[in-house]
Design a protein around this ligand. Structure first.
Ligand SMILES: [Zn+2]
Length: 56
């Protein structure tokens, strides 16, 4: 899954009880609900590894 701003691959960032997607290049943060419709399969599998994910 790529950043909408700079097309850099996003990484999963865990904050307390919340999970964000963070672009390590431009530091844009995406909440899961913002991109829920656009998650690709690879990112969905990665998110599944977090047992207590909060979809805010
Ligand atoms: Zn970016």
């Amino acid at each position: 899954m790529l950043c909408k701003e700079c097309q850099h691959p996003l990484r999963v960032e865990r904050r307390c009880r919340q999970i964000l997607l963070l672009c390590p290049q431009c530091l844009r943060e995406y909440h899961i609900h913002e991109v829920a419709a656009e998650l690709d399969e690879a990112m969905e599998r990665e998110l599944e590894r977090f047992p207590c994910i909060i979809y805010d």
